[in-house]
Write a protein of this length. Structure first.
Lengths: 177, 161
């Protein structure tokens, strides 16, 4: 039975269900946490979570291999989220303003994200939010974040700095009412 | 812009948020610069809040996603209708099942009670409405999982029951 992550990925790539299942349980929680923070919406987070794993399974089904599973998995989620944002823009353009989806703190009673911080995170741009979550919540290295987002490491560092400044500003505004 | 020991505030703040161990120069700067100390405190407060957050994934979502993914890995396609239906009525739905059973029982009692007094036209009407609603709900409950993919189901039971 394979043990290391690389071995698991290799076995999953050869259609081994047990290896895929182990990978799933290894990254299930981090991926879900990531999409929840990223989308801030209950249904969308679940859609992204499911679709990411289904894409991963399809990839392995086609006997393709990946070098860094975690980065690759999160890249799928980021791309799916960007697609969803694009579709949402098109829908808004043709159908007018849509009713915004409820934020997860209203529905996910199990979640205890402080409203203020959550609101502040959701006020960030898609790029800032992705970089912030990957680095501070998921604990990824700058190089990994850079790979997922498709920007240089210098850009990632600059984005992080802008993001923290913006978060501080937002949180101060909340405090001051 | 404050400068302490040749390090600019902006560089100190970048060092703080990079999560690297602080250098001697940065620590010296922090001792002298109130603005950067405040920045560090606020940044640590954000980090603390983030570390305290616990996001749970529901067992239903977890098992449905895994079984669908394994089905793709094995057969190259998503779950069959029967398999999807089987997953839909997994044990986390127990509470939902009990509630449904209670409603069915309650409706039956109501229908029987009304049937005993069915001479009244309004009672007859209520019976027909109740039976229609009951049958409609029964059809919906069994056929929705067949026609829609699990990922598109938006029922409350899909999440936390």
């Amino acid at each position: 039975m394979p043990q290391g992550e690389d071995e698991l990925v290799e076995h999953a790539g050869n259609g081994n269900n047990a290896a895929f299942e182990k990978l799933y349980y290894l990254y299930e929680k981090p991926l879900f946490r990531f999409v929840v923070y990223l989308s801030g919406q209950q249904y969308l987070a679940e859609e992204l979570f499911q679709e990411t794993w289904l894409r991963a399974a399809k990839h392995f089904r086609n006997k393709k291999q990946v070098s860094s599973f975690k980065s690759w998995l999160f890249t799928i989620a980021v791309n799916l989220y960007r697609d969803e944002l694009r579709k949402s823009k098109i829908r808004r353009f043709f159908l007018g303003d849509e009713e915004p989806e409820p934020r997860f703190q209203n529905n996910f009673t199990d979640f205890e994200i402080r409203d203020e911080l959550n609101e502040a995170i959701q006020s960030l741009s898609e790029k800032q939010r992705t970089v912030f979550i990957l680095f501070y919540v998921e604990g990824m290295k700058i190089s990994e974040v850079s790979q997922i987002v498709g920007r240089t490491e210098g850009t990632i560092k600059a984005t992080l700095h802008q993001t923290i400044k913006k978060l501080r500003k937002e949180l101060k505004e909340f405090k001051n009412g | 812009m404050v400068e302490r020991k040749n390090i600019k505030c902006v560089d100190v703040q970048k060092e703080i948020i990079s999560l690297n161990p602080l250098t001697k120069a940065v620590e010296t700067h922090l001792q002298l610069c109130a603005k950067c100390r405040r920045f560090k405190d606020e940044f640590q407060s954000i980090q603390t809040t983030l570390s305290q957050v616990e996001i749970k994934i529901t067992p239903t979502l977890s098992s449905n996603t895994l079984s669908s993914a394994l089905s793709i890995l094995k057969n190259g396609k998503r779950l069959t209708l029967v398999e999807r239906l089987k997953n839909y009525w997994h044990s986390p739905k127990f509470a939902f099942g009990l509630a449904a059973l209670f409603l069915v029982g309650f409706s039956c009692i109501l229908v029987v009670a009304l049937l005993t007094h069915q001479g009244n036209a309004s009672n007859k009407f209520i019976i027909y409405v109740l039976i229609t609603i009951f049958v409609q709900n029964l059809i919906m409950a069994f056929f929705i999982p067949l026609f829609f993919n699990q990922s598109n189901l938006k029922t409350p039971g899909h999440h936390n029951i």
